[in-house]
Design a protein around this ligand. Structure first.
Ligand code: NAG
Length: 332
């Protein structure tokens, strides 16, 4: 992968790139209408000049907040299994038709598109981020390494093979999903891949989230952009028990999307209780200015004392070995 090229024209031209952070939720168990909403919001952001559009965690596939999937310690209910079946069917696949639609949208609008999705791979779901660029199409994905609490009952764990930072025309982009942002070794890995635009799709709507994002921006001397869902109970289908319990207007996830520059300055303040698209203007030249006195994977490290080792190889639970050549098979 190509290294970032720093512009050497100093202040000759100030090139700012506009990034859109979408704060919205999607229709649970209705992937086609969620995809329509994604397309509408992406078109709006692109029309406003955004070159990268970021969606929150699990936007496609959904984040069924407050749902217990019928789980108590030691047993699972039949209703919970049916709930999971519906959720399973709402997930999308790498290379599937939704994925192709996102690729097409990114190409048509000449933007990068980064979307939190629930990914189905065979019979397991993952909380993933899919990355698209207009130049290269589907760039790849990141699967959440460590789902939090009850999430572990509905999502599998990603392995070390989906922790890339991608080179795009807006900069080098990588993602940490929700509480992966509290995994300091994963952050260090992203810094070592020279992440310039650190993306944090989330559903964490706490006040302290902003402090976390500021710390990461300062620590990594990179731009940090976080998109959080804004979700009302009306996102559940009308026949769903949680819709009946909460009605239409209960706020399940209140937002709080934000953006911070490499010196920790807030570019986008969190706004709670609304669906919105927020915009940040970024200038990659701020990164070397910031790294001047702090590079936590370079001049500000002590590898003689501390080192991080990372296993990026895909972990396969079934390895099939077949040494026979195709000509060994008898055709009949
Ligand atoms: C995506 O774009 C290709 C090429 O333009 C087109 O053939 C295809 O039908 C599109 N697919 C979808 C799902 O939009």
């Amino acid at each position: 992968m190509a290294k970032p090229r720093w512009r050497d024209d100093l202040r000759a031209v100030l090139v700012m790139t506009r990034i859109a952070i979408v704060q919205a939720g999607s229709a649970l168990y209705d992937t086609s209408s969620s995809l329509e909403k994604l397309e509408k919001l992406t078109r709006e952001a692109a029309a406003n000049g955004a070159k990268l559009v970021l969606f929150p965690e699990a936007f496609l596939g959904g984040y069924p907040k407050l749902n217990d999937f019928g789980i108590v310690l030691g047993t699972r209910s039949a209703e919970g299994r049916e709930e999971f079946r519906r959720y399973f069917n709402s997930a999308i696949e790498e290379g599937g038709s939704e994925c192709v639609q996102l690729e097409n949208l990114s190409r048509e609008l000449q933007i990068c598109l980064v979307v939190g999705v629930v990914e189905r791979a065979k019979s397991t779901l993952y909380c993933s981020v899919f990355f698209f660029s207009h130049e290269q199409g589907f760039l790849g994905k990141h699967r959440k390494l460590m789902p939090t609490a009850l999430e572990r009952c509905i999502w599998g764990q990603g392995d070390g093979s989906t922790m890339s930072v991608f080179n795009t025309d807006v900069g080098r982009i990588g993602a940490a999903i929700c509480w992966e942002n509290y995994m300091p070794l994963y952050r260090t890995h992203l810094y070592s891949k020279e992440v310039q635009i650190y993306l944090a799709p989330t559903v964490d709507d706490r006040d302290v989230w902003l402090s976390t994002m500021r710390t990461i921006a300062l620590e990594g001397r990179c731009y940090v952009l976080s998109a959080c869902q804004f979700l009302r109970s009306a996102a559940y289908p009308e026949d769903h028990p949680l819709r009946k319990k909460f009605g239409d207007d209960e706020i399940l996830i209140r937002g709080g999307s934000c953006a911070v520059d490499p010196m920790g300055r807030i570019l986008v303040e969190p706004e709670f209780g609304v669906e919105t698209i927020r915009y940040a203007e970024i200038d990659l030249d701020e990164i070397p200015r910031g790294k001047f006195d702090l590079d936590v994977v370079g001049h500000y490290t002590r590898p003689d004392i501390f080192q991080l080792s990372v296993n990026e190889s895909p972990q396969l639970s079934v390895c099939t070995k077949n040494d026979r050549k195709s000509t060994d098979f008898i055709q009949d």
